[in-house]
Every structure is written in C-alpha cells, then in structure tokens.
Design a protein around this ligand. Structure first.
Ligand code: FAD
Length: 396
C-alpha cells in the first residue's frame, strides 16, 4: 500500500464556501487540501448573482439569518481586501448600493415597510421620489412611483471572486485537488485523523487515500452523501437534510446601463464594470436536481427585466445559467462541528452563500482554533436538524 499523504485539514468541495474556508485556514498556517469533484466553482457558486444585502423583500423571509448576514456584510470589505491582496486579482466588488423601485401603490407600501423595518434594526436606507429614481438611474422605464436607496448594499462578481480565492489559496499554499471526489471516510484512532477515500472523477480510478486531522464538509447540496459515507453503522452521523433548490438566471452583455443593483418585487438586475448584466432569478424548489434551462424561465426573466430596464432588449444574451442552491428544511445554514472528532460542516447557505462566505470562513476557523462554538454560530448548529439523528437511532 502506498504511503498516505497527511494534512491538517481536508476541505471537501471547492465552491465559494470551501475555497473561503480553505483560504482562511491556510492563512492561519494550517496545511490544507481542497478536494473538488470537478473544477472549483463548478456549481451554484459560479451561477450566483453576487448581490449582497442584509434585508430585502419579501419581509420576514430571512429574519433568523439576520445576525450572520449583518456580520457578513460588515466584514465584506475586509474579506475582499484580504483575498484580493493575497490573490492579486479583482473580485468585481462594487459599493454603489441598491435602488429598490416601486411601480405600483402596493410596491410603494412594501418599500415603506422595508424602510421601517430597516430603521427599527438601525440600518440606513432612504425613501426617494420618482424623480430621484429617474435621476439616479436614467435608463429605467418611466412610471416609477418611488424608490428606496440602500447605500450599504454591495455586489461582487462570483466568478472573479472564485478565481481570486483560488489564487489566494495557492499563495497561502493550500492545495486544490481537482477532478477527485471523496467516496468515504473513517476516523482512525491510531492516527488521530480521518482517512478519506478518493476517486478520480474523469477516469473512475481509485486514488490513494489521504489522512487529515480535520475534515470540513463544504459540498453544497451533496453534503449528506459524504456524511452517509463517513457513517459507521455503530455510530451513525446525523444527516443535515440539505438538498437542492434550482435557480435560473440570465447573463447579458452590452454598454453600461445601470450603476446600482436594481430591485423590484419581482426581479433583480446588476451590471459589472465589464458590461455583464445579470437578470436574477427563479426559485424552483420542486425541480429537485434538474439542471435544465427552460424557455419559460428565460422568457419570464427577460420580460420582467425589460419592463423595468427597456434597453435590455438591445443586449446580447450571453448565458442562461442554472444552479442548485444548497438548502436545509429551515433554509438556514449549518456551520460548525458535525458530531464527530475532527469533523466540521459548512453548508445550506441557500440564497446567500456568496454573502456569507467570508463570515462562515472566519467563524468556522475560530471554532476550529478554539474548540468552542462562537456565539454567532450557535443558531446554525447541526443539532437543530436532529430529527434525522433520532430516526437513525430508532432504526438501530
Ligand atoms: C440563480 C442563483 C442566484 C444566486 N444569487 C446569489 C446572490 O446574489 N448572493 C448570494 O450570496 N448567493 C446567491 N446564490 C446562492 C449561492 O450561489 C450559494 O449559496 C453558494 O454558491 C453555495 O456555495 P457552496 O460552496 O456551499 O456550494 P457549491 O457551489 O454547490 O459547491 C459545492 C462543491 O462541492 C463539490 N462536491 C460535491 N460532492 C463532492 C465530493 N464527494 N467530493 C468532492 N467534491 C464534491 C461540488 O462539485 C461543488 O463544486 C445564488 C444561487 C443561484 C443558484
């Protein structure tokens, strides 16, 4: 048998969460390997729109996530500065804010409520008139009733961020092993480490196992496959129940049309400095693992987009993208210890993985260093999803 390579940390899954965790842990001088089934950012992370905000419409949707979202948004400039200075690339970070646009009396009321909620949480935002909406963003369709300007919202280009994180990982000597998947794991008491079995996804060849003192599972909606494969019958691990929520989004390209992120109650638009314009997005929980782009979704996104930004009809459609948002039953992430010595998890970031990447990496690294769960992560522990654990125990 060949000698197994030994690492401080193996991160399983090279999406935005896995790369951010690997970067942070390697920066803290741990020897880190990322194992990625395909290429880094092959799934939801490269599809995401990259809109980063704490609270929007509909109200009440993510209330339980607010503390972590706020922490993430406040931490973002620092996170980007760190990644860009080490990764030596730009991530397309823009700080021009979000302009919510009301086009009906009902929208107008909803913006009032959003503004009130933000004020009650001490978040800044400003109601603006129809005339101001037109002067801020002259390309928008006439007919706005009012707007809400949120200057603290930011945006990033997830594809650039992924590439910068990859460069950053290399610069801090984290290895990224691509086209390899983890097919099983077992804790070896004698080595005080996890033995991970690997397979090459291109050739199906079984690769040498590797040893890691800590394993961080960041495999998006596929996390339970790894948890299952690492479960011994004597001590089953608790699955998270994380699964996919399909989302479709359009990428257009053309001359600069908008500065800020534009939000209405039914569509979001954002334009990168290089001309890429995003029309986001659908949410299709009933679609399961399906990755097919549909004509209906394309037509509906284009129609809703041109309603608010008519000049969109003159832009080229560059890509119709589909991604699977990793979601738990309560739509909250799972971040922290995974119920066994040296096993950690970070998944279920659902609609906010790009926003939450920096704070997930920071707080998970803090937990791994201190051995305790930081206060901010306590609502997102795996124990809350304990129903599955109970049924596993009952089945034994
Ligand atoms: C249409 C759409 C729009 C979105 N817009 C936004 C937005 O504006 N803002 C925001 O913050 N978020 C947004 N999101 C959500 C965001 O994309 C996700 O929350 C985030 O990408 C999840 O990242 P992840 O790293 O957990 O998962 P993933 O990106 O799914 O990465 C998981 C990785 O694990 C790998 N893997 C799986 N199994 C194994 C295995 N056994 N061995 C090795 N590797 C494995 C996969 O190949 C994959 O690369 C959007 C998502 C979609 C679909």
């Amino acid at each position: 048998m060949s000698e197994r390579e030994t690492w401080d940390v193996a991160v399983v899954g090279g999406g935005v969460i896995g790369l951010a965790c690997a970067f942070e842990l390697a920066r803290r001088r741990r020897r880190v390997v990322v194992i990625e089934r395909h290429q880094p950012g092959s799934h939801a992370s490269r599809i995401a729109a990259g809109l980063l905000s704490t609270i929007g419409l509909p109200l009440g949707e993510d209330d339980d996530l607010f503390p972590l979202k706020l922490d993430s948004l406040r931490r973002y400039p620092q996170f980007i500065a760190k990644v860009e200075s080490i990764g030596r690339q730009s991530s397309g970070f823009r700080t021009d804010g979000t302009l919510w646009v009301a086009r009906t009396a009902e929208d107008d009321q909803q913006l009032d409520q959003l503004n009130e909620k933000r004020t009650s949480l001490r978040l800044l935002s400003r109601r603006v008139t129809a005339r101001e909406v037109a002067s801020f963003e002259p390309q928008l369709a006439p007919g706005a009733v009012s707007g809400l300007l949120i200057e603290e919202d930011v945006q990033v280009d997830p594809r650039r961020l992924l590439s910068t994180l990859e460069q950053g990982c290399q610069a801090v000597r984290a290895k990224i092993a691509t086209s390899q998947e983890v097919t099983g794991g077992e804790y070896e008491e004698s080595a005080q480490a996890w033995n991970l079995s690997l397979r090459a996804t291109a050739s199906n060849e079984r690769l040498d196992d590797l040893l890691a003192k800590d394993v961080v599972i960041t495999a998006g909606p596929w996390c339970d496959e790894i948890i299952d494969s690492a479960s011994e019958s004597a001590a089953p691990l608790s699955p998270t129940g994380v699964g996919p929520v399909k989302g479709q989004l359009l990428r257009m390209r053309g001359p600069a049309l908008i500065e800020r992120v534009i939000q209405t109650t039914n569509i979001a638009l954002a334009q990168r400095r290089d001309g890429e314009l995003i029309i986001a997005s659908t949410k299709e929980p009933e679609a399961g693992w399906d990755l097919t782009p549909t004509d209906d979704a394309r037509e509906s996104l284009l129609q809703r987009g041109t309603e608010i930004l008519p000049a969109l009809s003159g832009l080229d459609l560059e890509e119709h993208s589909v991604g699977l948002r990793p979601s738990t039953d309560d739509h909250l992430p799972v971040i922290g210890p995974a119920g066994r010595e040296g096993l950690w998890i970070a998944t279920g970031h659902y609609r906010h993985g790009v926003l939450l990447a920096g704070s997930t990496a920071h707080w998970l690294a803090e937990a791994m260093e201190s051995g305790g769960v930081p206060e901010i992560l306590k609502p997102y522990g795996i124990e809350r999803l304990g129903q599955s654990q109970k049924s596993l125990e009952a089945a034994r």
